[in-house]
Ligand binder design. Structure first.
Ligand SMILES: C[S@@+](CC[C@H](N)C(=O)[O-])C[C@H]1O[C@@H](n2cnc3c(N)ncnc32)[C@H](O)[C@@H]1O
Length: 372
């Protein structure tokens, strides 16, 4: 798909919804100035891993030891970072913004370079990993965070997109903070090779990109990711009705990313990413259903119709799941790894081997009128 752009009054075409194969520096140089609405960059970490790491049971830790992450020296890494960040600044619209994610290995070097290039930091968001890899050697604290720098092209460029109200709604009516609790990408979302191993060592969770793209773009905007990997940015952009451009050096990753994006058939409207506004309705706490034995203490509630996760109902109307105890909403949010969850629309109870949404059971209870 081509998008027509006017650059210095010349019409130029930019291929969008496409993954470019090659070095991001060379490819970025072919893009017109001022043409991109948002950049999300997840560059090499330059981890400088010197030796293999093993778990206490002697199995090898599958860390980031890829060729693409290796640089001869910090100086080489900085030179590379300066070049790609300069190109990004050139292709980004004045109204556009950039997100760069990194760990303690690289984010301070990258942040320093960004400030030197004139970028203006709008937020440093902490991604708090709710399921981090333990520090097997016990030599320091478990490393459970990465940092995202969200920047405009300069201090005086203030016409950038920030969907404040949307994010507040997404966060259950509360203003969202710069600490995001999201798990590492695992389970069904994690792409595996035919050998069953992770297809990419640093695939990011879609929830992270969901927040980035929802908060800082509009529908049909162009989102560029110069380090595309498995294409998480493209997948989420497509689901949210945005356009994407990916750049990736490794052909193998491009195949994976293209297949992932092609398989997305259902696009999500913004309203379906957000809790619908509560209709005026008689308020019935879940505990009342337990008290009145519509749902029994000790029985399980199940997620969706496939029953893949279950939580036990406690006497006081809370749920117990793994080591977590909380309301139907809180436990639902933990399972979905989202900031909020409408537990009434999330949990199912089994009655005579048939699954009922607890919201429907509540309706029936209200109609029956007991205990109100
Ligand atoms: C940290 S990973 C990105 C992972 C991605 N965010 C995801 O969710 O799958 C960095 C990616 O950048 C690619 N890469 C590294 N140097 C590159 C370069 N100079 N040009 C293009 N791609 C590069 C690597 O092959 C790797 O897939």
């Amino acid at each position: 798909m081509k998008k027509e752009l006017f650059v210095n009054n010349d019409k130029k075409n930019l291929d969008i919804n496409k993954i470019y194969q090659g070095d991001c520096l060379e490819i970025l140089r072919q893009f017109p100035d001022n043409s991109i609405d948002l950049i999300f960059a997840d560059p090499p970490y330059n981890m400088q891993l010197k030796k293999e790491l093993y778990r206490p049971n002697n199995t090898k830790v599958d860390g980031v030891n890829d060729e693409w992450d290796k640089f001869g020296s910090f100086e080489d890494y900085d030179k590379f970072s300066i070049l790609w960040l300069k190109e990004c600044k050139r292709v980004l619209k004045d109204s556009g913004t950039i997100w760069v994610i990194g760990s303690y290995h690289n984010i301070f070097r990258v942040g320093n370079i960004m400030l030197n290039l004139g970028y203006w930091i709008l937020n440093d968001v902490t991604w708090h990993k709710t399921n981090p890899m333990p520090n097997f050697l016990g030599t320091r604290f478990t490393n459970a965070t990465e940092t995202l720098l969200w920047c405009s092209k300069g201090e005086n460029l203030k016409k950038y997109t920030f969907n404040h109200k949307l994010m507040k709604q997404y966060n259950g009516g509360k203003q969202m903070t710069s600490v995001w609790n999201i798990g590492l990408c695992i389970g069904r979302e994690r792409i595996k090779g035919i050998d069953g191993k992770k297809a990419h060592s640093t695939q990011k969770p879609e929830e992270l990109l969901k927040r980035v793209i929802l908060s800082t773009t509009e529908q049909n905007d162009i989102v560029l990711d110069p380090f595309f990997g498995t294409g998480t940015t493209g997948a989420v952009a497509k689901k949210l009705g945005r356009n994407f451009i990916g750049i990736e050096r490794e052909k193998e990753y491009i195949k994976i990313a293209q297949k992932r994006i092609d398989n997305i058939k259902i696009l999500l409207s913004e309203s379906s990413w957000i809790e619908p506004k509560k209709e005026k309705q008689t308020k019935v706490p879940f505990a009342n259903l337990v008290k009145n034995k519509i749902i029994n203490s000790g029985e399980f509630l199940y997620t969706r119709k496939r029953y893949d996760k279950k939580a036990r109902v406690l006497d006081n109307g809370n749920l117990s799941y793994d080591n977590n105890i909380g309301s139907i909403h809180r436990i639902g949010a933990i399972i979905q790894q989202t900031p909020s969850c409408n537990g009434w629309k999330f949990w199912y109870a089994l009655k005579n081997k048939k699954a009922f949404l607890i919201d429907d059971l509540r309706e029936e209870y209200i109609r029956g009128g007991y205990g109100l």
